[in-house]
Design a protein around this ligand. Structure first.
Ligand code: SF4
Length: 701
């Protein structure tokens, strides 16, 4: 049995891999690890399906046809890395080192980030920011002076009220949060779920608010109105730790539940009752900050309203609310000198030429894509290194993405499976799965500081190589080998641990080492505070006002879409992590394809379906406002969704033919997301702004 940490998603649960006769037979949770606590989500338990996937990339590939044709020749590692090195050097010679960008997702990206810093480009981005949690990070930074990071430092287990706004925990399987949610419900906590869909979480809720999509800010303002009017907020906390309460009070004075009803469609009595419940449970009343937060382009303001609500409840810094996390104090690898180009001499190329997105707290992956279009940004990007992220499914505006990629001189993809992005690459490098490779340790800020090890459980299959090896060998090809002085990842980790007097062998045996317990909330002795300039929580944000943005969240109506169409919403299923798992036999057998949720009454009144109504499970095609057609997908006719929207689980409708199990299964919400609204504050790409009509599969285009 070997201890390591999981990468079927990016939560990082500690696992134990059971091995018999050189094969991994079973994955179980490491009971000592604070994120898994001995239990795994189904994806984590299905990791052997990835390891033994017959469709894995086996050998390095070099493109021998036009980009996008997905026609490659197998070559040796030496030949592939020589080609990558020569092409990157060529780009640097002609356009500068900063013309190379890295897109990354997952813990193995650490080696390629290090490569980029040594190389001298600041263009390192992850879709997990501008295409996912970015708005909440910006909003919490504006309000509390600090982003939340991952895992979010929330205390679900001790909350008495938990409010989920569009978060469908239980379908979205971040392991620790699902465990704590179950614990909280078992202890009598009540759930408030705001969702146009009756999600799994809604099924457990005391209050379900089936909101009209795009109107959440109105609901949040109405809740704040009730808390203020009925004095359900924590007056002492507000007086001591916040700024701007008077402005907030004036701002919400007319935002009554009746006002919100006309916008949200939620009964005013339900708005009042849920607000009283939320207020009554304070301070152990948790407003979950959400994770995939890019919806309508006003997302930082929605997250601001949630952050303000949390402050009124006095839950920031308190048990059952937002905790003060701590990191295991582990220094980096002791390099003999600072990286030569650390941070890069050039500015990041992720903003438009004239500037924009002033409060982005990380690099915008979408901005890096834009900078590949000549003349858009300060300078043009000419080469991409894409590590472990399928940009074709992650980015909105697929057609635009394809056009941008055509401007590249060079694209190299590093991945385990032949995802869609690999089809667009010039060179494809097959990485080993997490069960076959050593990596850097995991030591995120959390309630209990910890450091966990990733170590190879079995030898790499086929001709795949671990990321650390690929990055080091690539560095050798471009004259940067001195910045990769470690023999291997083991030696790298050993050197990090040695600085704290920690034993590699002990960590390898246990999988995780815990730091001493820390005070994480006021009840344990941790001071409440904000890392803002004034040291106070910013209910009214002068910083936003100075930049020309609303200092308090304002509801502005969203477009309702063409008549007869449905707003396209997307989310997660417990067995899958986007398209990363859809080819995994163990996970695809029980959940092989997504289905489109459509309100049964709305389906009955669809024009063209009067004579022969749709039946449950029938295949339909979704056609968006720009004429983009989905692959055929089964319809789920249900009362569990409003009649003005449809819902798809993300990650299906794959077009990569070499993933034989996933190819063509279900429909891709990403393909239908031809439009997006950019958040002017931080550059997130709001994607819930697309509308589809429903056609019977087989109908003429
Ligand atoms: Fe693995 Fe599931 Fe944990 Fe993600 S939540 S790291 S898939 S066990």
């Amino acid at each position: 049995m070997v201890s390591t940490y999981c990468e079927l998603c990016f939560w990082g649960c500690g696992v134990r891999a059971h091995v018999r006769d050189g094969r991994v037979t079973k994955i179980t949770g490491n009971p000592e690890h604070p994120l898994s606590r001995g239990m795994l989500c189904p994806r984590g338990a299905g990791a052997t399906g990835q390891l033994y996937d017959p469709d894995r990339l086996r050998r390095p590939l070099v493109r021998r046809s036009q980009r996008g044709d997905d026609v490659f020749e197998e070559v040796s590692w030496d030949a592939a890395l020589n080609e990558v090195g020569a092409r990157l050097d060529d780009v640097a010679r002609r356009h500068g080192r900063e013309a190379v960008a890295l897109f990354t997702h997952g813990s193995g990206g650490v080696w390629f980030k290090h490569f980029m810093k040594a190389w001298g480009s600041p263009n390192i981005g992850a879709p997990s920011y501008a295409q996912c949690r970015g708005p909440r990070e910006a909003a919490f930074t504006i309000t509390y002076g600090t982003p939340l990071g991952s895992p979010e430092p929330i205390d679900l287990a001790n909350a008495r009220a938990i409010t989920l706004i569009g978060s469908h925990l239980g379908e979205n399987m971040h392991n620790t949060q699902v465990q704590e949610l179950a614990e909280a419900i078992g202890n009598g906590a009540g759930l408030v779920v705001v969702d146009p869909r009756f999600s799994v979480a809604a099924g457990k809720a005391r209050y379900w608010l089936p909101i009209k999509p795009g109107t959440d800010i109105a609901l949040l303002l109405a809740w704040i109105h009730v808390l203020v009017q009925e004095k359900l907020y924590d007056a002492d906390y507000v007086a001591q730790y916040t700024e701007g309460f008077a402005e907030l009070t004036a701002h919400v004075a007319d935002k009554t539940p009746e006002w919100a009803f006309a916008i949200t469609g939620v009964d005013p009595a339900l708005i009042r009752a849920s607000a009283r419940f939320i207020g009554g449970a304070r301070p152990a009343s948790l407003i979950h900050p959400g994770r995939h937060t890019v919806w309508y382009g006003d997302d930082t303001q929605r997250e601001r309203a949630m952050a303000i609500l949390a402050a009124l409840l006095g839950s920031w810094g308190r048990r059952g609310g937002y905790l003060t996390p701590a990191k295991f104090p582990l220094p980096g690898y002791p390099l003999p000198a600072d990286l030569p180009h650390h941070g890069g001499a050039a500015p990041v190329a992720d903003r438009p030429k004239g500037g924009g997105y002033p409060l982005a707290t990380e690099v915008l992956a979408s901005g890096l894509c834009d900078a590949t279009k000549p003349g858009h940004a300060l300078y043009d990007l000419k080469a991409w290194i894409v590590y472990g992220c399928n940009l074709v499914q992650a980015m909105p505006g697929r057609q635009e993405l394809v056009e941008k990629m055509q401007h590249l001189d060079f694209l190299v993809a590093v991945d385990v499976l032949p995802a869609e992005i690999a089809g667009w690459a010039d060179v494809v490098l097959p990485e080993s799965t997490y069960l076959e490779r050593d990596d850097d340790v995991s030591a995120p800020a959390y309630k209990r500081p910890f450091v966990a090890i990733r170590q190879a459980v079995v030898e790499p299959l086929h001709d795949s190589k671990p990321g650390w090896w690929i990055a080091k060998e690539l560095a050798n090809r471009v004259g940067l080998g001195a910045w990769f002085p470690w023999k291997d990842a083991k030696e790298y980790v050993r050197a990090r641990l040695a600085q704290k007097g920690l034993s590699y062998e002990e960590l390898a045996a246990k999988g995780v080492l815990l730091g001493p317990p820390v005070a994480t909330c006021e009840e344990e002795g941790a001071p409440i505070g904000a890392a803002t300039e004034s040291g106070k929580i910013q209910l009214y944000a002068k910083e936003l006002s100075a930049l020309g943005f609303d200092p308090l969240p304002v509801y502005r109506p969203q477009d309702d879409g063409p008549p007869g169409s449905f707003r396209l919403l997307s989310g997660r299923a417990p067995l899958h992590t986007f398209g990363r798992t859809t080819n995994n036999r163990l996970l695809a057998e029980p959940y092989p394809e997504n289905e489109v949720w459509l309100n049964a009454d709305a389906a009955r009144s669809l024009p063209g379906f009067e004579v022969t109504p749709l039946v449950n499970g029938e295949r339909v095609v979704l056609v968006n406002q720009d004429g983009v057609r989905s692959t055929p997908v089964r319809v789920k006719l249900t009362q569990r969704i409003r009649g003005d929207c449809v819902f798809l689980v993300h990650g299906f409708g794959q077009t990569a033919k070499k993933q034989r199990r996933a190819f063509g299964r279900g429909a891709s919400d990403a393909q239908l997301t031809s439009r997006y609204k950019v958040d002017p504050i931080m550059g997130g790409t709001g994607m819930n702004v697309n509308f589809v009509r429903v056609e019977r599969a087989g109908e003429a285009a």
